[in-house]
Design a protein around this ligand. Sequence first.
Ligand code: 8DG
Ligand code: MN
Ligand code: MN
Length: 362
Amino acid sequence: TECSPPTADANVSQYACLRRTTTENHNKIFTDVLEELAENSEFNESKGPCLAFRRAASVLKSLPSAVHCLGAIQGLPCLGEHTKAVMEEILIFGRSFKVEEVQSDERYQALKLFTSVFGVGPKTAEKWYRRGLRSLKEILAEPNIQLNRMQRAGFLYYRDISKAVSKTEAKALRSIIEETAHWIAPDSILALTGGFRRGKEYGHDVDFLLTMPEMGKEEGLLLRVIDRLRDQGILLYCEHQGSTVDMSKLPSRRFEAMDHFEKCFLILRLEEGQMERDEGLAVRVDLVAPPVDRYAFALLGWTGSRQFERDLRRFARKERGMCLDNHALYDKTKKLFLPATSEEDIFAHLGLEYVEPWQRNA
Ligand code: 8DG
Ligand code: MN
Ligand code: MN
């Protein structure tokens, strides 16, 4: 068949922060497979291949149309030999044998299932797999397994929190938390972040930032909000982490490292009438409380996507000699921190055109 002209003339960047990626993905048949292969590589601790598959999927998500032949991806960045082989299978057979092999693998199935439980990471999942455990039922029936508090909540609310949260439900939660925060501090600021800020219709959780317009006034606010949510009877689970922000430190290199803001990982209950469903629903909520002078960095960092954030940091480091994380931007040449009161400021410091949140679905 005749090949459509290469997409490559669009001059697609290797950096997600130089691409615009909306939620409209024209190449889902490829990216779903590539992301599954990335996850499998992650389980096998193959960091290189994992990153390669994620980058490839991210590039394909940014394309304005579907790829119909291999010629169309010529010259695109981040598409290696493995990725091209997978894409060729899908183009010719309509399916990927490589991913089917992964999907039928017992270890992959078990690790995917175990890590779908809130509080269970790849390390714990691997440990359980090595003990011969294969199902969630088996884990709960195994007397020698000590679950921590988060994992117990993960199992207890598994049915609800493994379902996707809708935008309507996210907005209902936003109203509840905002009302609670305003009841405590009328000038407090609550912002929806994460996938819903990027315009996604569904998410695995709902992410918020909470701050005060005056520096230092945010101290103690998060704990009071949590107490109030508890009093209202909608707090099902709370893991609170105090602030460990140390501003003398340079921005961290490792993206996967958690930031140092005060935060809590919650499970909240949405009641009937607050959503489209006919029964109550347990929902995962992340609530982060940065001081206002860090707000722009926190907002940029928590809006995601993860791939967009990774590339923003990589771009800062490789192309600008700067170090970016959720707290700050540091210019290594000038040896100074670059302040910002908005996301636009940060893009400007980096010499990047502003990318709207809904264009960051890399
Ligand atoms: P989803 O919930 O719909 O699955 O998508 P998401 O909203 O994009 O993912 P997320 O896992 O909720 O993460 C939102 C952003 O927050 C993402 O860009 C990564 C960022 N993030 C941090 N620190 C941390 C952290 O400690 N844990 C998690 N889970 N995410 C973090 O900056
Ligand atoms: Mn989220
Ligand atoms: Mn989250």
